[in-house]
Structures are given as structure tokens and as C-alpha cells.
Design a protein around this ligand. Sequence first.
Ligand SMILES: *Cc1c(COP(=O)(O)O)cnc(C)c1O
Length: 420
Amino acid sequence: MTVFDRLFADSTLSQLQQKDARDPLAHKRASFLLPEGVVYLDGNSLGALPLTVPARLARVAEEEWGGQLIRSWTANAEAAQDWMNLPDRVAAKIAPLIGAQPHEVAVGDSTSVNIFKLLAAALHMAPPERRVILTDADNFPTDLYMAQGLNALLGEKYELRPVPGAELEANLTGDVALTLLTEVDYRTGHRLDMAGLTAKAHRHGILTIWDLAHSAGAFPVDLNGAGADFAVGCGYKFLNGGPGAPSFLFVAGRHQDSARAFLSGWMGHADPFEMARDFTPAPGARRYVVGTPTVLSLSALDAALDVFADVDMNVLRAKSLSLTDTFIELMEPLTAQYPLELVTPRNHDERGSQVSYRHPQAREVMQKLIESGVLGDYRTPDILRFGFTPLYHSHADVWRAVQGIKRVLENEVLEEGERT
Ligand SMILES: *Cc1c(COP(=O)(O)O)cnc(C)c1O
């Protein structure tokens, strides 16, 4: 680093620190356990640990499971501490984060399984002559795989039609039964216009399923404002529910009488302990809870969601954009110098809370970055992905991350020079 570089860097850092001093969410960092010496830019893959979670897990294990045993399923229902209604309480905490009513949300199972439930419900509702499931060619693999599996079960009645994101709108045609789209692309961070595409789909009589894996907890989501039909989302990314946390699904209130829960398990029954021979669905989205709730992981997610209780999601979004703008700006000298290509849109409306770059040695670069304490991730074929979590990142973290990336790129070039 030259003297001038250092002067510039220091004045940049102090400007960023001034921004941090005015950050209304700065105090939230103290709600998370984050290891020293690490800039964690992978909360979009596994959210960091909220400090409320370990104590809650200990209480559930020692007191509720160890002490109360089977009684915990129904004990303390008045105090909202029974296990039976835990999925509904977690759903009620997620609902305001996604612009939904509590009875429109169900929590349990993985995102993959919930995609299956919604695909089955939506295909059953769509007019039988509509035979196309329209999806983004770059959609997350599990979304595509679940559609392929269900279609096989249905005798390959449908055509899964993957098209490039830019061609989605032109493909909203009369033969399409439903769209299966992820709002924010997991590789590029490109964000689709959920409200606009939903409205256009509806004009053609098409149902919509939105995957909110990189949306929920990352910025304000307004499913009902967008007129969405169905949605799923992930509990362990921006919602910080822990590895393999239960996911959520959304069924718009207007569809709840016509949408059917085909994975009709006893915990989605209106009265599970009636032990009736036939399935009568519980009211609202609770019918999509299939089997016995996973109390330990639901409890972790429940405690984790409390971090959001007093967060204005518009403030969170403003900070997210400030962090990602800062990152893109600080990375500019590096993109000029190295074979780095920004693949995330600069336009605020077209991105989520991650920034990605292409680099021909992305895998190796990310490996070195992780070794140096800047934790992002690599995605095939050549993507460096950095997730920003406004609850625990500062602008100074962004600066530190870019310094780390700069060092790694400098060394990479050196090594390449040595090789030739
Ligand atoms: C992370 C992610 C999933 C995860 O599905 P799981 O069943 O929880 O493994 C699904 N869809 C998208 C778009 C994702 O990014």
C-alpha cells in the first residue's frame, strides 16, 4: 500500500465509522454471537447465532423435555408455552416480516418439502388444460428438482419450462398453470419484481409460487400487497433460525378453501387427538403442518425471531442498501485491476442483500478469503457471493472485508506470476 493509498483508505474508514455512529440498528450486533477476527458475509446461507437461542434451547431441553416430559405438549398453553401450538406462534412472528396474516403462514419441514406441498396444491387448483410450470432457468436446484419429482408422480402430465429471467414475462401465456420463481437469485442477487410479475401472471390466469429464501428477513416483503398466491421461505438464512431450521409456507387467505394439503398428516388435522379415520383440515395454513412439530429447532427459530420484534424493516432495508452500495463502491478499484465482474444489479429495486462477482478462479479466491477470515461463499461456476446482514454488519466491516479481498487478490496475482 502506498502512503496515498493508506491516507485514502483511512479517511474512507473514518467516514464509514461516522456512518456507523449514526446507525439506528448498530445496537443489534450485541444480540449475536460472532467470532472475533471474522467478517461474516454468509448470513444468507446460515444466519449467525442470536444470543437468545442457547438459553432457550437449554430451557426447552432441561425443563420442558427433561422436567415436564410429555406434559409439555399441552402444558402452559395460556402462557403460550405449549409445544402443540409452537408452529402457529412461530408463524405469527414470521407473518409481519412477509406481509402476511398469521393464519396464512405455516411453519415446519424444509423449504424443499414445502415447495412440494404448494406445487401439489396449486397444480390441483389450476385448470387441467394448463400444462406448463414456468420457472427461471437459474432457479435454485431444489425448486426444479421438487417440480420434477412431483411431475413424475403425476405421470409427467406437466412440462417444466425453465426460461432465462429476462424472458419470464414473455412466457406468461395461456398454457401456463403456475410460476415457480425465487424472488432473489441465489447466485447473482438479482431481484425479480414480485408485485409486477404476479399481477401480469394473474392477468393470464396463472398462479404464482414465490421462493423467499433470500428475501425473508433481508428486506420488507409484502406478499399480500403483491397479491401473491403462494410462497415459501427459509428459516436458517436471514431469519437466523439455525442449521436446518424449519421453513415456512404461505397460502393467501382467498385460496385457503380451494387449496388442498396433500401431505395430509395428523398434525394438520382439525383435531389430531380425535384420532378420526378421515382427514379434516385444520383451519388456515395449520393444515400444512404434517407431522409432530420439531420442537427443538422450532424453539431455536422462535427465539431467533425475537431479534426482529422491534426492527423497522424499512430501516433495515435502508441500511442493507447502504452496506451493499458501500461494498460495490469500495470494490470498484479492484474490479478495474483484476478479472472481477459485478453480476449484481446496481439498481436498488433489482437486488436483495447480497453482492456477487464473477472471477475465473472464484473457488480458489473464496478458499483463501475464508482462510483469511472473510467468510463469503463460492457458487458454481465462477461466483463469489457476499451476503450482508444489516442486523450485525457495520460499514467498517464492509471496509475490512474489502481490505481482505484486496490482499487475497494481490497474493493470487503474485502466485500466478510465480507459476509462469
Ligand atoms: C437455500 C434455498 C433453499 C433451501 O431448501 P432446503 O430444503 O431448506 O434445503 C430453497 N430454495 C432457495 C432459493 C434457496 O436459496
